[in-house]
Design a protein around this ligand. Structure first.
Ligand code: BG6
Ligand code: MG
Length: 218
């Protein structure tokens, strides 16, 4: 029986994935790496430093920067990202998400957050959703990022639930792999061709309802 829901944030609850992309695209331009859709998709769900390293590797430039220079590039990306986040309001919650969260509360499901983003509490605050997420995995405590199962395993542990009792919700391939490896049921939001390993995929957050999930459970 499902008792809890473990959420990704960026690209699931709000379209911050577009803001991360915008900020990383700027970094890629600065370091002279060609920005492609493939690179963009590969960065989704990946931690800040891993993302920067992926961008540099895409241009075979991973050895061109010292650790201190990499940290500066990552800090600059984050400063720009935060500017974009600070302009967000409740109007930026993706369609259907708040009513889905309300339906979970009403039906006594437990809720936690498994976002790789260190800015997650700030984003939730801007959206006015902090009250739903009392349990947040701290990405600073992780030894491995998505697609490793660690973050989703911790998301279930915060709820004191076994993985089989949890559903994880993701927009990224690395996130779906993490949920599956943790032994939870995976729900993908987005393109079925990219999220091919998810237990079920809905094209948009509008389709994310308890009824639709129940229809797709085995
Ligand atoms: C993930 C996003 O949720 O968090 C990535 O999908 C992002 O795009 C990562 O890079 C880390 O976020 P932050 O806010 O800690 O730089
Ligand atoms: Mg995401």
């Amino acid at each position: 029986d499902i008792k809890g829901f473990v959420f990704d944030l960026d690209g699931v609850i709000t379209d911050t994935s577009a803001l991360h992309s915008k900020a990383w695209h700027k970094t890629a331009d600065e370091v002279g790496v060609t920005w492609t859709t493939e690179l963009d998709n590969g960065l989704k769900g990946i931690s800040r430093m891993d993302s920067l390293n992926m961008i540099l590797a895409a241009g075979n430039k991973e050895n061109d920067y010292t650790q201190a220079e990499k940290e500066k590039l990552a800090d600059e990306k984050n400063d720009y990202y935060i500017q974009l986040v600070d302009a967000m309001t409740a109007a930026d919650i993706l369609p259907g998400i708040q009513s889905f969260l309300d339906s979970l509360v009403e039906n006594h499901y437990q809720i936690s957050l498994a976002s790789a983003s260190k800015n997650a509490p700030r984003v939730l605050d801007k959206l006015g959703l902090s009250d739903y997420f009392k349990k947040i995995v701290n990405p600073a405590d992780l030894t491995k990022g998505k697609p490793d199962p660690e973050i989703y395993t911790k998301g279930a542990e915060l709820l004191k639930l076994p993985p089989e009792a949890c559903i994880g919700i993701e927009d990224a391939e690395a996130g779906i792999d993490s949920i599956n490896a943790a032994g939870e049921t995976s729900v993908g939001l987005g393109d079925k061709a990219i999220l091919k390993d998810a237990d079920m995929v809905f094209a948009t957050s509008r389709e994310l309802t308890l009824g639709h999930i129940a229809d797709n459970m085995e």
